[in-house]
Design a protein around this ligand. Sequence first.
Ligand code: SAH
Ligand code: SF4
Ligand code: F3S
Length: 440
Amino acid sequence: MHRFFIETYGCQMNVYDSNIIASIMADAGFERTCHSSDADILIFYTCNVREKAAQRVFSNINLLRSANTKVVAVGGCVPQAEKDEIFRYKHINIAFGPHAYHMLPTHVSRVLSGETDRVLDVTPLHPQKFNCCGAERTASHSEFVTIQEGCDNYCTYCIVPYTRGKEYSRPVADIIAEIKMLLARGAQEITLLGQNVNSYDGDAPYINIRKPRGTWNFGRLLQEVAALDGLRRLRYTTSHPKDITTDLMEQHAHIDVLVPFVHIPVQSGSDRILKLMNRGHTTKEYVDKLMAFRDICPGIQFSSDFIVGFPTETEDDFEDTLNLVKEVGYLNAYSFKYSPRNGTPAATMDGQIPDDIKARRLSMLQSELMKSQRAHNEAIVGKMMEVLLDKAGKKDRQYVGKNVYMQSVVVESDDADLIGKFRMVIIERAFQNSVAGRLV
Ligand code: SAH
Ligand code: SF4
Ligand code: F3S
């Protein structure tokens, strides 16, 4: 029996893809192991969004390879962008893009049989891969489902349009069938995934009796998913600010399983930088949308992504970003130093910012974001809220779960099996990255 080990890097879509890969490999008769030393097939599913993410995989291949290793397969966004250049790292047998994962068992078998020791499979998106979900797929209490893949926005810093390809929306019926299957296998929380979920435009199963076909937008899809039996919480990510519509805000006001927490990356608070980034909106347009969202759905909270040190970014531009953070009051946010990516327009722009300046701006931004996060954690002390318990905590009897806002809530209990359960909790203390509470 051949055993495989998967190491996953990058975004939630990579986690989703890796789950599918594991189930397809299991269907093909390979056995999964959680210990790389027990595996003769090593699969690395990679991210290319920043230099560091891409580099980490190559050092890990060297770390994890052993005398047992018969196949090294590198999948995802690094091989899709690098194509056959990836084979400069010897020891790689199979390089497959995010659109070729359904072919992995075939490629692995060919390498194992000695037919070849090098396979490159970087086809552009082929919808067929979505129909290879894997019969062996299991569901945890919280699952991801890709509804849309690819990006037509071409932000000038970003590699994703070159790795995930052009935007493609999965048909509504396929998405619904997959979510129903996951709910039947025990999922209670679903996160819909896409590079731009709110530009979703998928084949509809029906519109009305007279007009059976057409497309549904994201709001219509949300309604259909929300109505499924057994679904307790619905999330989605990522949204592009320019595609946030009033219709979407209204869905939040009407659909009770839809969480009041939305990730809306802005990247910068400077209009000049937003323009150079090709984001397609100004800071004011962005803030106006968030305010409209708050009017329609009181209590809604936001998170965001930021890039510091984009080419030509001045101290004033950066100041604008800090001011935006103070104005919005994000519940949390991810922030990164700009990382030049081969083949993207920003990588060759004049005015690249030295690393020490990027590092200083990043730490200033992060301390501002941490203040905001801490304030949000303190604001819920004394409140009672529903928490979905995800995992055991570090200490004995501890559990860690999430409220609707994705805040980590730590509780203590003698109950042996709380994982995957919803419980009411009174929040008692706030920390930087979590809060502690008491089960009601
Ligand atoms: N489709 C999503 C996610 C893109 S990648 C979106 O549009 O929001 C996730 C985040 O990585 C981006 O929001 C951005 O903040 C960051 N990112 C992308 N390219 C980057 C680069 N070249 N350097 C630094 N950060 C980058
Ligand atoms: Fe990248 Fe921009 Fe597309 Fe997001 S919207 S994936 S940042 S190009
Ligand atoms: Fe990384 Fe590809 Fe996701 S570059 S962020 S793994 S889409």
